[in-house]
Design a protein around this ligand. Structure first.
Ligand SMILES: [Zn+2]
Length: 383
């Protein structure tokens, strides 16, 4: 029987470097799974990813725990009983400790203010997602954020407690477990008490800042996205630099970007209306009109279906059948065929057939494309 791996991270979450003895090393699918007598590498669990780093000169790719044995997935083999020096990727681990402890505070504050429970938690290296089992408003979220950050300013202590089965019943803690043996509670003085296996910071001041990014209704409760510490600082730096670029683009002051953008949006709307009007005027100037009894044929070069449709809406008041064409290049034309109350389906079918065209529409309106040698060819056909 293999003895359980000693979990160094449980008593000292700041241990970045340690030596250990290789208990076993097994190869599987090109990777090696190393068991050490003790480890500071936190295995994936409780919503937190596995630590990264080095064992000797091998990269630690993953860490998993199974029946109290911790397996380090690495890219190089080791011999049994070998002494190895291990180094954690401390920047990643510390950021996770900041974020994980921050999540405890937010969950504890929500629990104390509203009585809701944390019913889901996930953390990656860019974001924390947590679900609580009750609704929250914008004002509630601001209150939670403020109180959580006050816990940071108060620089409260964060401790791991290992109560006996008898003692455990005296504790009112979040994330109640079915087990009573070997329960590890994380106590954030005055703010939270929660069962958790992961490493945390020792003082809340180390978290730096807690920022709630968003909240949405989720399964009768609320899903919250948040970041802490260095992640939040990086996020703020990114937003600040983006804000600076937009300030320059709109010649706006730091907090006056919204009215500046609204001004530009209004200008764009006015310009769009102006362009539409001018396009209509231009189309009627470029219009080349041929009439034959109750049918009109119009050519307007270089315009879109919109302009053809606008023109046809005027012409159908005067003519029974309206054919409008616009050349897109030498031999290709877009067309609109319309009538106020007569069916144009057959006319369009014939037009498509005669000029290898494509298109259709409703009884009184159709649009499409044809290929023709010249305008004269189209006029000749329509006669
Ligand atoms: Zn935790």
């Amino acid at each position: 029987m293999i003895t359980p791996t000693i979990r160094l991270y449980e008593n000292d979450s700041y241990l970045k470097e340690f030596t250990a003895t290789v208990v076993s090393c097994e190869e599987k699918d090109g990777a090696y799974f190393v068991v050490l007598d003790k480890t500071a590498f936190f295995p994936e669990g409780g919503g937190q990813d596995a630590d990264k780093g080095k064992i000797g000169d091998a990269d630690v790719l993953d860490v998993q725990i199974k029946n109290d044995i911790i397996y380090h997935k690495v890219n190089k083999p080791f011999s049994e009983n070998e002494e190895v020096t291990c180094i954690l990727d401390w920047e990643t681990r510390f950021s996770r400790m900041q974020n994980h402890t921050g999540e405890h505070i937010v969950s504890g504050v929500i629990h104390s203010l509203f009585g809701y429970n944390n019913v889901g938690f996930h953390m990656n290296d860019t974001l924390i997602t947590l679900d609580v089992d009750g609704p929250l408003t914008e004002d509630d979220i601001r209150a939670v954020e403020l109180k959580s950050n006050k816990a940071i300013y108060d620089n409260k202590s964060v401790k791991a407690i290992y109560p006996t089965a008898e003692e455990l019943s005296d504790y009112d803690y979040r994330s109640k477990l079915d087990i009573t043996e070997g329960v590890r509670l994380i106590e954030i003085e005055d703010y939270d008490l929660c069962a958790c296996c992961a490493p945390h910071v020792a003082k809340t001041g180390e978290i730096g800042i807690i920022k709630i990014l968003s909240f949405i209704p989720y399964k009768k409760g609320t899903r919250i996205e948040m970041i802490c510490g260095l992640l939040a600082l990086n996020d703020y730096s990114g937003l600040h630099s983006m804000n600076k670029t937009i300030m320059n683009m709109f010649s706006a002051k730091r907090m006056e970007i919204v009215p500046a953008v609204e001004r530009v949006q209004n200008e764009v709307a006015v310009l769009k209306a102006e362009i539409k009007k001018l396009m209509g005027e231009m189309a009627s100037l470029k219009m080349e009109k041929h009439t034959n009894g109750n049918t009109v044929c119009v050519f307007i070069d270089g315009v879109s279906y919109d302009e053809l449709r606008n023109c046809s809406n005027e012409l159908i008041e005067e003519f029974r059948y309206c054919y409008l064409f616009s050349s897109t290049d030498e031999n290709n034309y877009i067309y609109v065929v319309s009538s106020k109350e007569n069916n144009v389906r057959e006319l369009v079918q014939n037009l498509n057939k005669a000029f290898n065209g494509k298109g259709g529409g409703r009884d009184t309106y159709a649009q499409g494309k044809i290929t023709a040698e010249s305008k004269e060819e189209i006029l000749e056909y329509l006669k």
